[in-house]
Write a protein that binds this ligand. Sequence first.
Ligand code: ASP
Length: 614
Amino acid sequence: MKTLYVENVIKKIGQDVELYGWVDSKRIHKKVVFIDLRDRTGLVQVVGDEKMKTVNSEDVLYVRGVVIKRPENLVNPKLKTGAVEVEVKEFKVLNATKPLPLPVGDDGYKIDEEVRLRYRYLDLRRPRLYKNLALRSKFIDLIRQYLFRQGFLEIETPILSETTPEGARDFIVPSRLQPGNFYALPQSPQQYKQLLMVAGVEKYFQIARCFRDEDPRADRAYGEFTQLDVEMSFVNREDVMALIETMIIEVYEKLGIPIKQTPFPVITYQEAIKKYGADKFDMRTPEEKKKNVQAFAWVVDFPFFEKTEEGGWTFTHNPFSAPKPEHMENLLGKKNIPDILTTQYDLVCNGYEVGGGSIRNHRPEGLQAVFEIMGLSKEEINLKFGHMVEALGFGAPPHGGIAPGIDRLLTCITGEPSLREVIAYPITSGGRTAVMKAPSTVKEDKLKELGISVGGQSEDKKTTFDKLKELLDKKAVDYELSKHPPVFTSVDAAKIRGVELKTGAKAIIMYSDDKPVMIVVAGDKKIDTKKFKEIYGVRDLRMATKEEVKKVTGVEVGAVPPFGNILGISLYMDMSLKENQEINFNAGSHTHSISMKYEDYEKVAKPIIGNFSL
Ligand code: ASP
């Protein structure tokens, strides 16, 4: 087992050490080879002779050597270990690497996100991302320590669950044992945690994964996110707010993160709208922003209900909340609905809502009234929430809770531009999983077992051209459609379109490790299959047959438009197309072409861009 980490080499001057790690960089000075060896704790310089010339960046290396002090003038103040170096006596390459498909030595912000997430395990080699993961781990550890000290129990709640309203769309999972029936992934553990209060647990928390099928937005993670889910019995709203506030102050202090103001300011929704024009706001001065100070505030006294587009009522935050005590009469009487205020409290930090919670309706008639105001019939309430109404009737204690978002809090702390920078394997903004290729298709027999058939009739009948046109129209991009005599080669197409050959996009269907993919190169280029395989770590790459092209794309060879997304397959594009202002391609037939701005194409088709042409 490895026992010595790079950062501790500094304590071993004069001693023989064994080190394991990755080659961060290599420099050759005549007959001397300098290598920066990296592990999760940092870098150390190791110095060897010519034999080490064969070692490459990102190879996995074992080194035995002696730690020596560097002369004063050669100390590298930028490295934690800069005062020493290791003179190599023996080394072994434990695993030589292929060329990496993306650089890992820089901060990575400029690299295409699809590529970063496809190779997330390499992307995570960046010290910046390792630091974020380590901070996340420490952050959760400190939260747990605090809550355990307060007597909380950590309890897991189900992931296969029933739909629960939290204001987003559910992810659903088909049931094999009961074909035609579905589980929903929880948008939050809301109902289960309340039921734990009915059970008498009194103090519950969970580092909970929640799933919401939101339309991807910059400030919300599409798919899944993690929240600190908390629920307590016999509390009022100030108690819950105080518990979380004390926790945050303690955790941030231990992490050395400055907070602008404590106690956190409390502001009503009305005041927030008047003062900031929104219920989330950033109170930091430009100077504080530079220093990455965290500015927390509570927002309270939200209206309970808001009008729906159809003219009915829906909840603004959480249907399980209780109204403020003085508004209970209005709720039960279903009167003065716009005036009813909820006990909801939102926690705001640096312009984001970082959490929210409320005191709940712990009597069945309160919860019932909320659903009735929302226009649900007695039968519907019974069907969807009968278990909750019933449970509250069995001596549910007064209770309330909150759920601060872990990903969001960490994004604020690190000052990262996106939630994805603090999550090990985030989902892409297009809804694809990191590294693995979900969502993916399922074999016909599996679907049969589930009693499911895919592809509604109408979708089936749509031609590839219809789907393309629909996509371009939806994204409101300009394009020019032209009709011409049939063309079968890029050269002919360019001639007939009257454009340069290099602006034509050849969309080629190939099977990459048995999965159909679309690879697009410029009209004057060919795919360098060797390079492509190397870059994307593909073992087997072959051309699709004519029949396969037809099956995958719905159109003939030579007429395929360069949009993998309308066909549900991955799209790779050679970099050279990026050099042109415009892009031209067949629009699903040999007699129709589309011309559009390259910039728009990249936006709409979202290709994975690489350098793989001849
Ligand atoms: N269930 C709420 C949410 O996930 C939080 C809460 O009210 O405790 O936003």
